[in-house]
Ligand binder design. Structure first.
Ligand code: COA
Length: 186
């Protein structure tokens, strides 16, 4: 079977690889933290089954070539520290959306930029995407900085788009084109 939607991607400090059932406890530890989930489109996870269901549905979506979810593993400790995704894949339009999160203990070390750059390269070079987009809470300053440093342009602003546990929030939309990337390369 093709491994296009189940890659292992190595960067200087990280391995991006499909999640396995054994990852459920580590994933729950990360996604049950309210700090990590502050700007997420769901509340914090509260039980192991949520993590197991996420891993199963990610594997099914990858089998069907609908989205790509990769665990982010630190090479120095072999620890699963988060995940990154290309989802809302629209094959005909050659477009997908990127998402990422890592545990708070690993913030500020450039791990998400490193993982995301590798995932963007994979999306543009291997999946032949023309456009990758991202949607974030405009209050999520750290995430906006990460996207802009990766070369995303802020393209739009949607008011009161989400309501999570009674809290209403806006969305900032970002986009990056394969041609933007080509233009910024030396
Ligand atoms: C936002 C996030 C993806 C950034 O990843 P990262 O690997 O920490 O990225 P960087 O190391 O480049 O740091 C980016 C910014 O995060 C912020 N940051 C770093 N360490 C931090 C900490 N300990 N506490 C709070 N913010 C911190 C800073 O604003 C930093 O910008 P600076 O370098 O100009 O100071 C990460 O914090 C995260 O996973 N957050 C929770 C999930 C989330 O919000 N995902 C995005 C929604 S789509």
């Amino acid at each position: 079977m093709s491994t296009l939607f189940t890659p292992n991607i190595h960067t200087a400090r990280l391995i991006l690889r499909p999640l396995t059932p054994q990852d459920a406890p580590a994933l729950l530890a990360i996604f049950s933290d309210p700090q990590v989930m502050r700007y997420w489109n769901t509340g914090p996870w509260s039980d192991l089954k949520t993590a197991q269901d996420f891993i199963n549905s990610s594997a099914e979506a990858m089998d069907k070539q609908e989205s790509l979810t990769l665990g982010i593993v630190r090479k120095d400790s072999a620890e699963l520290i988060g995940k990154c995704m290309l989802f809302s894949y629209a094959a005909t339009s050659k477009r997908a959306e990127i998402g990422f999160a890592i545990g708070a203990a690993h913030w500020g070390l450039g791990f998400v930029p490193e993982a995301s750059q590798a995932l963007l390269n994979y999306g543009f070079d291997s999946l032949r995407l023309r456009r990758i987009e991202a949607e974030i809470d405009p209050d999520n300053v750290a995430s906006g900085k990460t996207l802009e440093r990766l070369g995303f342009a802020k393209e739009g602003y949607l008011r009161q788009r989400w309501e999570v546990n009674g809290v209403v929030s806006d969305s900032a939309l970002y986009g990056m084109l394969a041609s933007d990337r080509a233009a910024s390369m030396p």
